[in-house]
Design a binder for this molecule. Structure first.
Ligand code: ADP
Length: 482
């Protein structure tokens, strides 16, 4: 299914959002559970603990008032006893309502029964006193003491049970807390890893086709219009790829038309130009008889220009053939140092005219596989350009080394240099990047394009580095003969 970029981004954000939402919900549920336990400790266990303290105090006041009443026989003391008894029962009910522990409920129930027994003893003894009967005060005192002691013990049990409850809940809370932290860390790591993977996968499905398109556009900019861009991508990018393919087909058509046009036009131009050149040469040689000096000068200009025109048409024809893959090369093992020396000898008058010193640091080299004439043409162009674009009294140095089965030649000049932006263009045909100060330098803009075709056909490489105003270095590498 082809999802749009928007849908892909939306899905990745939704997945991340759900992951974070899940982690947050887990945290919130745990915090709520902790709050519940803390609330229960505060409202129930701590309250029961407090009530147990109050129960012991009131029991103390209850027994004190009751004892004093039987010694002093003061009704007010009995009323105080009754009040304490009522308070005790009310606290007991309160504790019963608040506790959530079955164990404490059970103890409270026992306390209630024992308290009732104690009150019953007090009531019976009061009956004896009121009826002024003889009775064993020691026996009642003993029985009441036993009941009160048991009550105190049971109240202590309530306190202990409450404390244990609080402790157990805190322990459980701590264990739960530890587990919650572990689970949270695991969930968070899982969420982060999943989020990261989803984001990477989705980003890759968007950037991969874009990178393919970028590579293709680079190829196009280098003049390679072959092959279709086949990519699996979101619809918007697929449309872009389709448009690029259509553009490539159009460019290919235009390029073929242009090559055909060059080939046709060059043929059509060469024949009449050759006739003009031949005619002017014959006239200059005096075939048509003696000529005044002025006419001779005009004729020699026509002769020179027709020569230039023939050279240019020949270059155009060569380039068209090379680009169409129709140029025939004759490869053989060739001594490159000899070719370079040959080129330097041919160009020496040009260098001397500009007082340019040429330093040839190329020693003997193993043979390279080359079409002698074409490589001579390439060196002539590169060294010729170095002379052309180097001012008077400049310097040109030639070097060579061997690396990766190729001989690499460098031609370094101290000329006008080439800007960074122009370096990418100079190997394209008709590109002349002559700055203002070199405005009178003549050229066709075809030289380097032809050299590049020649070097590529040899399985070599050509490139240049340059610093504007300081000079340029042109590199050519050629495969060594096997
Ligand atoms: P042309 O025949 O016009 O010299 P080329 O294809 O040989 O054409 O060169 C293209 C352009 O590259 C030139 O117009 C020039 O601007 C630049 N160029 C080539 N060689 C050099 C060099 N050694 N120094 C500075 N600029 C150079």
């Amino acid at each position: 299914m082809r999802l749009s970029i928007f849908a892909r981004l939306l899905i990745s954000y939704l997945i991340l959002f759900c992951m974070l939402g899940g982690v947050s919900l887990y945290f919130i549920s745990h915090i709520n559970r902790f709050n519940g336990v803390i609330h229960s400790i505060m409202m129930n266990d701590t309250a029961v603990l407090e009530l147990s303290g109050q129960l012991s105090d009131i029991l103390l006041s209850e027994t004190r008032n009751e004892r004093k009443y039987f010694v002093l026989n003061d009704e007010q003391l009995f009323l105080n006893y009754l009040e304490a008894k009522a308070d005790f029962n009310s606290l007991l009910n309160d504790a019963m309502a608040k506790t959530t522990s079955q164990q404490i409920k059970h103890i409270l129930y026992t306390v209630s029964i024992r308290h009732h027994d104690f009150n019953r003893l007090v009531e019976v003894e009061r009956q004896q006193v009121r009826l002024a009967r003889q009775y064993s005060t020691e026996w009642y005192a003993d029985e009441k003491k036993k009941a009160a002691d048991e009550l105190i013990d049971q109240i202590k049990n309530i306190r202990q049970a409450s404390e244990q409850n609080v402790l157990a809940k805190i322990m459980a809370l701590s264990v739960q807390g530890d587990r919650a932290v572990q689970v949270s860390v695991m969930i968070t790591l899982f969420a982060l890893a999943t989020g990261l993977i989803v984001a990477l996968v989705i980003t890759a499905t968007i950037t991969r086709p874009l990178n393919q398109i970028r590579a293709k556009t680079k190829e196009i900019s280098r003049g390679n219009f072959q092959g279709d861009l086949l990519i699996n991508s979101p619809p918007t990018i697929a449309e872009l790829a389709g448009a690029i393919n259509t553009m490539c087909h159009k460019l290919q058509e235009v390029d073929t038309m242009k090559t055909d046009f060059f080939a046709h036009m060059s043929h059509e131009l060469r024949t009449p130009l050759a006739s003009i050149k031949e005619g002017t040469s014959m006239l200059l040689d005096g075939v048509g008889g003696e000529m005044p000096e002025k006419q001779q000068r005009i004729l020699s200009i026509i002769n020179q220009e027709s020569n230039r025109l023939i050279n240019q048409v020949n270059s155009l024809l060569d380039l068209a053939k090379m680009e169409a893959g129709m140029f025939k090369y004759r490869f053989s093992p060739t001594d490159p140092a000899g070719l370079i020396q040959h080129t330097l000898d041919a160009l020496a008058p040009l260098a001397e005219a500009k007082k340019i010193s040429i330093v040839n640091n190329i020693g003997s080299l193993p043979p390279v596989t080359a079409d002698r004439e074409r490589i001579l043409q390439a060196f002539r162009n590169i060294i010729g350009n170095a002379i052309k674009f180097t001012p008077n009294n400049g310097r040109i140095e030639l070097r060579a080394d061997i690396a990766d089965g190729q001989a690499r030649f460098a031609v370094e000049d101290s000329g006008i240099g080439i800007s960074r932006a122009d370096l990418d263009r100079i190997f394209l045909k008709f590109e002349q990047v002559i700055p203002a100060k070199g405005g009178n330098i003549k050229g066709t803009g075809l030289g380097l394009a032809i050299v590049k075709q020649i070097i590529i056909a040899h399985g070599g490489k050509i490139w240049a580095t340059s610093q504007e105003g300081k000079g340029s270095t042109f590199y050519i590498s050629l495969p060594l003969a096997a």
